[in-house]
Ligand binder design. Structure first.
Ligand code: TRP
Length: 338
């Protein structure tokens, strides 16, 4: 029987800041099952991180720590290509070509560019503006069908679609036009201090986020301090729009234990918030502890990480190099003779 051609999935995470429980429950954890159904490429996008000021030694450490974390979370380097963006030079090269297809106007309108320009007003560099074109290169380089991302990245994937379609119209069919894959569960874990905002790794308030490296004591402390709701129904663990803080904790509890929200409501009926928060802490700790110890073990095994990254980059390069030479040919560049 001919082997079925699997559709391709690509996603990336920046090695900047700390990965949060929200990133894990909403993104990374949902990638594991995709590995069975699709040909997956998971990338640590270090070049993207350079668009805001980095301490070089920290960037290097964060990059390798994130690779170890991916594996600890269940990304299997035998099934998926796991690699570092800068190891496959085609990303930057395709970016240049796509820069000649992308318009300044559309990049100027990107929400994340506008937000980051405000936040890093002293360093509005060209890379920050060009960020979405590099992301489009990441995706289009692999003829990706599906891109699993959070809601905040939909606009960037849409730009990648526009660029692909524009290129295809101008130079004939070249790129697969990608689609977002938005996970139904867990994509909306909120800040513990302001449940109207998402749990974001760039949140300056450490009490608002649980990171994958937090120890059990900090997890418990942060959850005890989590904002609950002071409505007439105080001390009633119920999922509802007027109880966003409690609803967020119920969501976290449900995703960490596999209990449905309705079931959890029954479980905590008549119980106080204190008891409820402790149970949420237990649930989070028991999910994170095995990941943390595995992450530590892997991060210390430099030889293993290097071999994974070498293999991942080779697999990625094989596809990347085909796409890039096709693109060079289509736009009229003279091929180098071998
Ligand atoms: N911009 C993405 C984020 O911040 C990271 C990213 C870079 C990405 N390249 C990508 C995600 C390609 C998906 C596909 O979350």
């Amino acid at each position: 029987m001919a082997e079925e051609v699997k559709k391709r999935v690509f996603s990336g995470v920046q090695p900047t800041g700390k990965v949060t429980l929200g990133n894990y429950l909403g993104a990374i954890r949902n990638w594991t099952p995709l590995q069975e159904q699709y040909e997956c490429l998971f990338c640590v996008v270090d070049l993207h991180s350079l668009t805001v000021t980095q301490v070089p030694a920290e960037l290097r450490k964060n990059t390798l720590d994130l690779v170890a974390l991916y594996i600890a979370c269940g990304i299997d380097p035998e099934k998926s290509a796991l690699f570092i963006q800068s190891h496959v030079h085609e990303h930057s090269e395709l970016c240049w070509i796509l820069d000649t297809v992308a318009y300044v106007g559309e990049l100027n309108r990107m929400t994340q560019f506008k937000d980051k320009s405000k936040k890093h007003a002293d360093n509005i560099n060209m890379g920050l503006m060009n960020y979405p074109v590099l992301m489009a290169s990441d995706i289009l380089l692999y003829q990706t069908q599906y891109v699993p991302v959070g809601k905040d990245q939909i606009q960037h994937v849409e730009l990648a679609r526009d660029i692909a379609q524009r290129f295809n119209a101008r130079y004939s069919d070249t790129f697969v036009v990608p689609e977002c894959l938005i996970s139904k569960t867990g994509s909306s874990i909120k800040s513990l201090q302001d449940p109207s905002a998402k749990m974001s790794k760039s949140d300056p308030n450490d009490n608002a986020i649980i990171t994958l490296t937090d120890d059990p004591d900090s997890i418990r402390r942060k959850l005890r301090r989590a904002v609950t709701d002071s409505d007439t129904d105080a001390h009633c663990v119920r999922y509802s729009a007027d109880k966003p803080g409690v609803s967020n904790l119920l969501n976290i509890y449900s995703l960490c234990t596999g209990t449905s929200v309705a079931e959890a409501e029954r479980l905590f009926e008549g119980k106080g918030y204190g008891q409820f928060k402790d149970a949420v802490a237990d649930a989070v700790i028991s999910v994170l502890q095995p990941i943390q110890s595995e992450q530590k073990r892997l991060a210390a095994d430099k030889a293993y990480l290097e071999s994974v990254l070498k293999q991942g980059a080779e697999r990625a390069e094989h596809i990347a190099c085909k796409t890039l030479s096709k693109v060079y040919r289509k736009v009229g560049l003279v091929p180098k003779s071998r």
